[in-house]
Design a protein around this ligand. Structure first.
Ligand code: AMP
Ligand code: MG
Length: 348
């Protein structure tokens, strides 16, 4: 298949949006930027189109897709009922990086929801994304535009690396703003539950609707408790090299990682390190990459997946990462990092 690139890095282009819309209405696949990560879009109401997403990504068929809309009113058309809490959250955070789970109606095929009676819906805060959704018919199913198991794409180049020749179009809108997937909240039970942490954190949600719990499957130290979002059970974002998180006081962490670099290099291994602008110069040897300043959490979230991809290009055998327990996004950042590390955290 021929993949077309639409360059919108300097601004949205009406003709390109029209071409994307036509592809989507004809059942094709378009990768597009959002404020979280790049998505791989298809018509959510067309089962055959949705099936192409699974094929292109190599995604397990029981892992449901998020349906993206451009108008709040579009929600009523695809769900059985909109609970009051969802209306409040939509008013507070849509358009934005928040996905909510609803009971689906018959318009949404099971091929989009991985066989579930519920559907995940989000309205992205990105002009290109919203115009493309409108042009494509209003309901665009879109998971992250990566090959299953690789880090989510935060640039159009990441999408091309994974999906070139497998999809119809990539809209290049430059680097994304947040870099981590949306927060997912399930409102179908008595108490709202966070199924996946993201930029919209527990405190922000609670300030609007009161008590919100974290899915037990997310907090468990090991992977023995099954998370409620089907996709969260898969080993995601795993870099090729073994990744270990070293957690503790800043100075102690640097000392420990320096020891590990020395030991590794003595054995002839190439060691990767993920540090910050504040610590990078304190490392002796290894290939050190800074994720940004520890005081700028949005920079950290933006860079995480890109750094994991960069290490995949290098012949490192081990990567040691500092922990990034930042105040607002720490939970989301560490959730992704811990999964990438296959739960390997050493406390020092
Ligand atoms: P991705 O779009 O690649 O970020 O993945 C979508 C995530 O949303 C996966 O973790 C899915 O399991 C989750 N998800 C989508 N639909 C539902 C649903 N109806 N119920 C629970 N989780 C869902
Ligand atoms: Mg994904």
């Amino acid at each position: 298949m021929k993949t077309i690139i639409e360059d919108m890095t300097t601004g949205i282009q009406a003709a390109g949006i029209a071409r994307a819309g036509k592809i989507l209405r004809n059942g094709g696949l378009v990768a597009f930027p959002t404020e979280t990560v790049y998505g791989l879009g298809a018509n959510a109401l067309d089962e055959k189109a949705a099936a192409k997403i699974y094929a292109a990504k190599g995604r397990p068929s029981d892992n449901p897709l998020i349906v993206h809309i451009a108008e709040t009113e579009a929600l009523e058309e695809i769900v059985v009922q909109v609970p009051e809490a969802a209306r409040q959250l939509a008013r507070a955070f849509w358009p934005g990086p928040l996905t909510m789970i609803f009971r689906k109606n018959d318009r949404v095929p099971y091929g989009t929801t991985g066989g579930l009676d519920t559907v995940a819906v989000r309205m992205p805060d990105h002009e290109i994304a919203r115009e493309m959704i409108r042009a494509g018919g209003g309901y665009i199913a879109a998971p992250s535009a990566n090959t299953s198991g690789r880090p989510s794409p935060t640039t159009a180049a990441h999408v091309a690396d994974d999906l070139w020749g497998r999809i119809d179009m990539i809209i290049d809108g430059g680097s994304v703003g947040i870099g981590l997937e949306s927060t997912i909240v399930d409102l179908s039970g008595e108490t709202p539950v966070i199924l996946r942490p993201g930029y919209i954190n527990q405190e922000m949600l609670q300030s609007v609707i009161g008590t919100v719990e974290m899915d037990k499957g997310l907090i468990a130290a090991d992977s023995s408790v099954r998370p409620k979002a089907p996709g969260m059970k898969y080993k995601h974002y795993a870099p090729k090299a073994e990744l270990v998180i070293i957690e503790g006081k800043a100075g102690t962490v640097v000392d420990k990682i320096n020891k590990l670099i020395a030991e590794g290099e003595k054995k002839g291994e190439m060691i990767g390190v993920i540090g910050t602008d504040e610590t990078r110069d304190a490392y002796r040897g290894g290939i050190v990459k800074s994720i940004g300043s520890i005081h700028e959490e949005l920079t950290i979230s933006q860079h995480l997946y890109g750094i994991l991809r960069e290490f995949d290009e290098l012949a490192v055998t081990k990567i040691y990462s500092e922990a990034f327990d930042t105040p607002k996004m720490g939970q989301a950042i560490m959730n992704r990092l811990i999964k990438a590390a296959g739960h390997q955290i050493w406390k020092v």
